[in-house]
Ligand binder design. Structure first.
Ligand SMILES: [Zn+2]
Length: 202
């Protein structure tokens, strides 16, 4: 590490940083910090390196805006994927959730959020323009709207179906059965896989 400060607060700094992570309360932060104190230096170094490397090497795919470690993401780079279908999700973690089902073999498009007037997020703040330009050459015949089944997710899906349908592309939405107000990410693989297979035209 290049800039270490020895002010006697190293442990407190680690506790503060761990406590900022999602889902980690003060108790968990303490447990992790003491685990690292007792672990050998190599284990701590591997964790520190993994964090730095993910920040240095992972970027957004310029095609679908999912995470990528090479020029484009693994899905966009995979020639065996069905290029006539694009599944639209709000966040990169939703791609992981759908990939886990094994029920989908097309491409993805990550919006980078959902339409939310309360948070001043409209279509212009999302990767909608890039989605429409991917549809321009006519090679895509179906767009599956896989935003979460909550208010913002439904608003976003309704907006997208309205702008995509006039392009002559079939627009489908995940079948119901996903818990309303729930998060795609937390749906079990079987439920999510069924929702993809039973998708309906909107
Ligand atoms: Zn991609």
């Amino acid at each position: 590490m290049d800039s270490t400060i020895n002010d006697g607060r190293a442990l407190q700094r680690l506790l503060d940083e761990l406590g900022r992570l999602p889902g980690i309360g003060p108790k968990s932060a303490q447990r992790i910090a003491y685990h690292l104190l007792e672990a050998d230096a190599e284990e701590a170094r591997r964790l520190a390196m993994a964090i730095l490397e993910v920040k240095q090497q992972v970027h957004f795919c310029p095609v679908c805006f999912s995470y990528a470690t090479r020029d484009t993401c693994d899905v966009c780079a995979d020639v065996s994927r069905d290029r006539s279908s694009i599944c639209v999700v709000s966040e990169p973690r939703d791609v992981t959730a759908i990939e886990r089902t094994g029920s989908y073999h097309g491409l993805y498009h990550v919006l980078g959020g959902v339409i939310s007037p309360m948070d001043k997020i409209g279509p212009e703040q999302l990767h909608v323009r890039e989605l429409l330009s991917r549809l321009a050459d006519g090679s895509v015949s179906e767009v599956i709207l896989a935003t979460n089944p909550d208010v913002e997710g439904e608003t976003t899906a309704t907006y997208l179906s309205r702008v995509i349908r006039p392009l002559g592309v079939r627009v489908t939405r995940l079948a119901s059965g996903l818990p309303v107000g729930g998060d795609l990410e937390y749906a079990d693989e079987v439920t999510l896989g069924r929702a993809i297979e039973a998708r309906q035209e909107v």
